[in-house]
Design a protein around this ligand. Sequence first.
Ligand code: CMC
Length: 428
Amino acid sequence: MPEKALLCFGDQQIELPVLVGAEGEKSVDISRLRDATGLTTYDPSLSNTAVCKSAITFIDGDEGILRYRGIPIEQFTDRPNFIEVAWLLIFGRLPKKDELDRFSQRLTLNELLHEGMKHQFQHIPADAPPMALLSATLSNLVCYHPQFLALGDDESFEEMAARLISKVRTIAAFSYRRSLGLPFNYPNPNLRYCANFLHMMFSIPYQQYSITREIEDALNLIFILHADHEQNCSTSTARVVGSSRANLFASCASAVCALWGPLHGGANVEVVEMLDRIHHGGMSPEDCIKAAKDKANPFKLFGFGHRIYKNYDPRAKILKVACDRVLSQMKVKDPLLDIARKLEELALADPYFVERKLYPNVDFYSGIILRSLGIPTNMFTVCFAIGRLPGWIAQWKEQHDDPTSKILRPRQVYIGNTIQDYVPIEKR
Ligand code: CMC
């Protein structure tokens, strides 16, 4: 017998169905509530609202569990291949060898930008924020590939996904080169995904950037750990935009904008700036913890806390270990790592953070690894976006393929003026 929830309102008793997810989590289905009672529900941050059914990513925030298509995130860390993870997320199963080869080939074929698009970069101020450029250029892609506005079968979707996943790293690298006034490096079809990105970022004319296996693996790991995270702010943005049947390019461009904010993907920049400030004597770790606890102070301990995880973020756990490995492989001694460890130790022993179950999240250690690879701070959130793109594409496709999905259009509780008369300007 399926479970039901009972809602009593006035003299009405309404039975509401209870949905049960694959891992046993329960959700009261209120989709008929307004029709039956005239009531809406109020949940301003959507903390208690499941907005869709999804088969892509599972998170148990109390236990610190994250799985992509059922596979625990920890199982991806030894055999890093971001492209394999991207295909898994988008198409729902691990690719066979020929499927992965075909997808890789599609990525290679799509790695160039239209020359017209390349010229756009020249006219943008050198100090333009790379996230603004990324969003605008992703949206512009559709001007150069209008045929992809119309979606076809899975194969043409694969081509469209490859186009986006491939070009995003070219766009990202070009925006970095533009910011330094350096010539653009065309992608090298002989290099794999991460190595090609690093080449476009760091090679100089007549001198190929030398990429070790360790550097490539570290970037692969960062991208994999960011690849999807169910209904987070940027993914929800992609779904909201996609729900109006806007195209994939526009939906992903909007997701980039949502990711930019310091409470979401922009936190990785804030973390390093915070650690840097401590390093340069601007404040002590103890001052930092004190400021984060002070409700009169808008300052937050960036890289700490999460809407879903009330336990250690499994991605942060992996990155914390990876930090030691990567820095020692790169022979880098970064004082910011010691400061981060000290902050974590202070926070995890402080009742404020303990009672609120605030633990390090993915952004706490990722910036330290990116720094060790030579990635500048203003490109951190761009790297997050490159990693998250397969997730946005997978979620957009899932929504698009669902025949029951409708335009996302929430309700509100109106608290403005009741009916008023218009007053002509001379009488105001
Ligand atoms: N520093 C200080 N206090 C915090 C922090 C923090 N980093 N995070 C949460 N709190 C407090 C918050 O003030 C609230 O206190 P009180 O109960 O006294 O009002 C309590 O903890 C619960 O927090 P919340 O604001 O209700 O939590 P939320 O789910 O709305 O916000 C969050 C989640 C990630 C936006 C928030 O924890 C935060 O701002 N963290 C810092 C920014 C950050 O690291 N963001 C990256 C998130 S993970 C990767 C990603 O999604 O991009």
